[in-house]
Ligand binder design. Structure first.
Ligand SMILES: C[S@@+](CC[C@H](N)C(=O)[O-])C[C@H]1O[C@@H](n2cnc3c(N)ncnc32)[C@H](O)[C@@H]1O
Length: 257
């Protein structure tokens, strides 16, 4: 999608987005106070320092392109600045995990491991499993985990289409899933359908880049209207879904963040 259209969507988001003063749902109000406006702690400073180093690292990584079977080369600094989750949204992942404390976290799309670090630091007793198709990126991710002493992340290498169904067979339930891999509509909906089989009322799904393309906007529309999703929150970069059963009617909020 071109920048102009994205900007238009962003203005539309800003116009619709509500602050905490307009929220009548107690659950969403608490979410706003504790997650969107929650405080950051010392642990995030270490991630910040790691990112500062990575943004000056011009060493190159060969990345396997799962679509073509070929490879592209990128510097670590370019991946840090253009591919990895931005700091602001990394903090949001961290606060989501530290507030809701999911035990079993799954990520689709590791890259150099920055989002998995925010997830893992949010609850050090959780198990984070992160799937990535490119082995060379996993190597870099593992170095980053070691640099800040993170040891609750397991990496699985391979195409989501092969690894995800295999992984899900071994899992009774999923606590939180961060979908940040293949941003095509059909693939996003397919991974959603697979993961929903392991969702329970406490599960949280987070979709990255819901306004990245027309396909992603359409995927988000379908996801948030799925009958099992009882609450959908739109913070522009992320769409966040809840399956909570205490809610009588489906709710949807666009929240200012
Ligand atoms: C946007 S990046 C992930 C960024 C990362 N979550 C972060 O914020 O630090 C998406 C990653 O998904 C991987 N990927 C895309 N399609 C995939 C597939 N079908 N199977 C496995 N990995 C895939 C890419 O190699 C890429 O590293």
């Amino acid at each position: 999608m071109n920048e102009f259209l994205r900007f238009k969507y962003f203005l539309h988001y800003q116009w619709r987005a509500k602050s905490k003063y307009y929220l009548h749902s107690p659950f969403v109000y608490q979410f706003y106070l504790n997650v969107l406006e929650g405080s950051d702690d010392e642990q995030l400073r270490r991630i910040h320092l790691l990112r500062k180093e990575l943004c000056h690292d011009n060493s190159k990584v060969q990345i396997k392109d799962l679509g073509t079977g070929g490879a592209t080369t990128k510097t670590i600094s370019a991946i840090e600045s253009k591919v990895a989750v931005r700091n602001k949204y990394g903090h949001l992942l961290y606060r989501l995990v530290s507030y809701f404390k999911p035990e079993n976290i799954l990520e689709l799309g590791t890259s150099i491991g920055l989002s998995s670090i925010y997830l893992a630091v949010g609850n050090k007793s959780a198990t984070v499993t992160s799937i990535e198709g490119s082995g060379s990126l996993i190597e870099v991710a593992k170095r980053n985990y070691a640099a800040i002493d993170i040891n609750n992340i397991t990496n699985l290498e391979g195409d989501f289409d092969e690894v995800l169904p295999r992984f899900l067979k071994t899992q009774p339930q999923l606590g939180l899933v961060f979908f940040d891999g293949n941003h095509k509509k059909e693939a996003t909906l397919r991974y959603f359908q697979l993961c929903i089989e392991k969702a329970n009322p406490e599960t949280i799904f987070i979709f990255d880049d819901i306004y990245w393309s027309r396909e992603m906007i359409e995927a988000w529309m379908e996801i948030k209207n799925h009958p099992q999703i009882t609450l959908a929150l739109d913070v522009f970069q992320f769409g966040i879904c809840f399956f909570r059963k205490e809610k009588l009617a489906k709710e949807e909020f666009v929240l200012r963040y």
